[in-house]
Design a protein around this ligand. Sequence first.
Ligand code: ATP
Ligand code: MG
Length: 211
Amino acid sequence: MPSRFFITGTDTNVGKTVVSALLCAALDAMYWKPIQTGTDAVTDSETVMRLAKLSPARVVPEAYRFGPPVSPHLAAGWAGVQINLAAIRIPSIGPQENLIAEGAGGALVPINGKQLMTDLMRRLKLPVLLVTRTTLGTINHTLLSIAALRDARLKLRGVIMVGEPNRDNREAIERYGAISVIGTVPKLAKLNRETLRRVFAHHFDRKALEA
Ligand SMILES: Nc1ncnc2c1ncn2[C@@H]1O[C@H](COP(=O)(O)OP(=O)(O)OP(=O)(O)O)[C@@H](O)[C@H]1O
Ligand SMILES: [Mg+2]
């Protein structure tokens, strides 16, 4: 069984793309950003390609792309488009291929007039990894996100914490969230395939990522 995950986060800019690149590099996975806003700047697909040294063939094209760096429901509305969940399907890739799909923003980001990012996760049926910060405020944001994911009856596989290690916050998230922190990513001066693979080898529970 291949390892396939949906990467969400407690917020935008929390480190989902860096974690996605790390997992693509470590698991030799393909990458997919189903809904990308902010295409006027560098896209997450381009960043993952650069960081994980993925060939373009290992990156699945986005289902929806919008220029402005705002919530998908808003960017789509401005473009006169309605994001249609039925049009977003798990890409037809080899059955043994590992896959990392990255959401936009956090779990309850709206994608159209009625649906949220959690509805996309349910449609794709991928186990979820939640990326969180290590800093003050993360316990509340992480527990709220866990509650939203469980409320949507999603399979949350684990939490990945990004930033300077904070043991107290990690323990609180594991205890009150009844969840395992399956990886930590320290602040890295250099982000590249080698540094990301090293972090995976030293700071991730490989078993938790097996299908
Ligand atoms: N471990 C790290 N060490 C150093 N910089 C990091 C680390 N993790 C993330 N960053 C930096 O923090 C910023 C935000 O990270 P990233 O783009 O991965 O967030 P994101 O959650 O994917 O954001 P978005 O919601 O826009 O998709 C980027 O500039 C990234 O390079
Ligand atoms: Mg991102």
